[in-house]
Design a protein around this ligand. Structure first.
Ligand code: ADP
Ligand code: MG
Length: 353
């Protein structure tokens, strides 16, 4: 995307003094490289420096991260009000592109783990959701799809007057709407049905991931922790009820990996909106070997069952619906309603930020 690359003035980056950033400790590791907590000797403050792997493909994608983030920061959120991480600097170092960010706290996955994966209180789910939505409104306005929204990519902001807050990070997979090049995007648990099925995608894929995150913040475990793409899709169908609409299935490239065409009036599993569907999801024994991996039975109880059951009486919470107060029931109902707008199979009906 030449417009965007021009937005980054690469000539500036070689004029930086040596030894500006002093590595203190490693903060995290991801697909693209490593993130180090550094002391910035010029501003006398801590920063997080992401050191991108020194391979051309990663370098190119990192230029995209720098471009999109500088556009978001400078043009769409100049006053830092919309819960998007601030990029402070970027520079090449021994063939690695390095990006300095404001120093933030733990990511939401680490926060959930600290809480023994039992989920957060609803007031925090609410605050974090509102703030992530604020970021998503700005991103949609800029025509940017994040493409990798998940708890690891949402960070707690350091305590400002003890108010809890979060910021969206990691634009390393982001792209411009209408200039979508990649089809293998989003982390599996948070992958939208249109991406799984190979159908043109929009900013609505971030809203799907957002729905998965909101549910996970509340219940403490991923909503669709599938061991394979097929497993993710079959969990979606079971938990949400219904399935992707027929026109999406008809036009998507990968439909035959997951569905069987059974004619125009199949009334069974997953008929969307109560109508019959021409497709049914494959049985496990019908799935091609590479996709037939059985769901991993891990350390955790992996949630299955309908969405309202998971929200009202999630086993970890040790509550029955009858133990809930009227106010708690109303909260649960509202949360289920909210989630249904987000984990909606049809990208055109899915709620926008
Ligand atoms: P990747 O593209 O490799 O996933 P990320 O930008 O997501 O890289 O960073 C990886 C991890 O490093 C994050 O999940 C987070 O735990 C940590 N991290 C990233 N940026 C910051 C930051 N600004 N402040 C504190 N920790 C960070
Ligand atoms: Mg990441």
């Amino acid at each position: 995307n030449s417009d965007l690359i021009l937005y980054v003035n690469l000539e500036l980056v070689n004029k930086k003094s040596d030894r500006r950033y002093i590595v203190q400790e490693m903060l995290g590791q991801g697909t693209f490289g490593q993130v180090a907590k550094c002391w910035d000797a010029e501003t006398n403050s801590y920063v997080a420096v992401k050191v991108i792997k020194n391979q051309p493909a990663f370098y190119q994608q990192a230029i995209m991260e720098v471009s999109l983030l500088s556009m978001l920061n400078d043009r769409f959120d100049p006053d830092d009000q919309h819960h998007i991480v601030r990029m402070l600097d970027f520079f090449p170092w021994k063939n690695h592109l390095c990006i300095a960010f404001e120093m933030l706290g733990h990511n939401l996955y680490e926060l959930l783990k600290k809480n023994s994966l039992r989920g957060l209180q609803l007031k925090y789910v609410r605050t974090f959701s509102r703030q992530i939505l604020d970021a998503l409104v700005v991103m949609k306005g800029a025509g940017i799809i994040h493409c990798d929204l998940k708890p690891e990519n949402i960070l707690i902001t350091p305590n400002v007057r003890s108010a809890a807050g979060v910021k969206v990070i990691d634009f390393g997979s982001a792209c411009m709407e209408g200039k979508t090049i990649y089809s293998y995007i989003q982390s599996r648990y948070y992958r939208s049905p249109e991406v799984l099925l190979g159908y043109p995608y929009t900013t609505a894929i971030d809203m799907w991931s957002f729905g998965c995150i909101v549910a996970e913040l509340y219940i403490g475990l991923p909503l669709f922790p599938g061991a394979s793409e097929y497993d993710v899709l079959s969990r979606m169908i079971e938990i949400i009820g219904g399935q992707p609409p027929d026109d999406l299935l008809r036009e998507a490239k990968n439909t035959r990996k997951f569905f069987k065409h059974v004619g125009s009036i199949y009334p069974g599993n997953g008929a969307h909106d109560g109508l019959g569907s021409a497709y049914r999801i494959l049985r496990e024994d019908e799935v091609e070997a590479r996709d037939s991996k059985k769901p991993k039975v891990g350390k955790w109880y992996f949630p299955r069952g309908r969405l309202d059951r998971l929200i009202f009486a999630y086993p970890w919470k040790n509550v029955n619906e009858s133990d809930l107060s009227e106010a708690e029931k109303a909260d649960c109902l509202a949360l289920v309603d909210f989630l249904r707008g987000l984990v909606e199979f049809d990208p055109n009906k899915r709620w926008s930020p």
